[in-house]
Design a protein around this ligand. Structure first.
Ligand SMILES: [Zn+2]
Length: 136
């Protein structure tokens, strides 16, 4: 028996992808949604997997502070020094800032805060999402 609770968090980000031929090659933005899924086999004394407000307090705050309205750039993107020189907010990725890697950084932050996250989905558009699911 498994219970799941999922919180949807909306945010906006800019990015571009290196070594890629397609619309995301050029700097642009997305109105994104992250689905934060928490999974437990046993409910707590309140009958909950987790209080939705707890996901919001931890994950939404981190997304607001680190990803929302930020430029997400690969560490080796030649645009990075220019953004930093202008004091523009950036979030630096070791890999391409794809929806897959955005899902991964959100997942890893949540796990570092001891949230029992089973999966993070990042919707880059209303029809396309990528999922990251780590170790149990
Ligand atoms: Zn894009």
């Amino acid at each position: 028996m498994v219970f799941k609770a999922t919180k949807e968090i909306y945010f906006c980000y800019g990015h571009r992808l290196l070594n890629y031929e397609g619309p995301c090659k050029h700097p642009h933005g997305h109105n994104a949604k992250a689905d934060i899924e928490i999974e437990r086999e046993i409910l707590d004394s309140r009958g909950m997997v987790i209080d939705f407000g707890e996901i919001k307090d931890i994950i939404k705050k981190w997304i607001d502070d680190h990803l929302d309205h930020k430029m997400l750039l690969h560490r080796s993107d030649p645009l990075l020094p220019a953004f930093q020189a202008q004091n523009e907010p950036v979030y630096i990725f070791d890999d391409n800032p794809t929806a897959e890697n955005v899902a991964r950084v959100i997942y890893e932050y949540g796990r570092s805060q001891n949230l029992a996250i089973s999966e993070v989905r990042v919707w880059e558009t209303t029809t396309s999402y990528a999922t990251y699911r780590g170790e149990k």
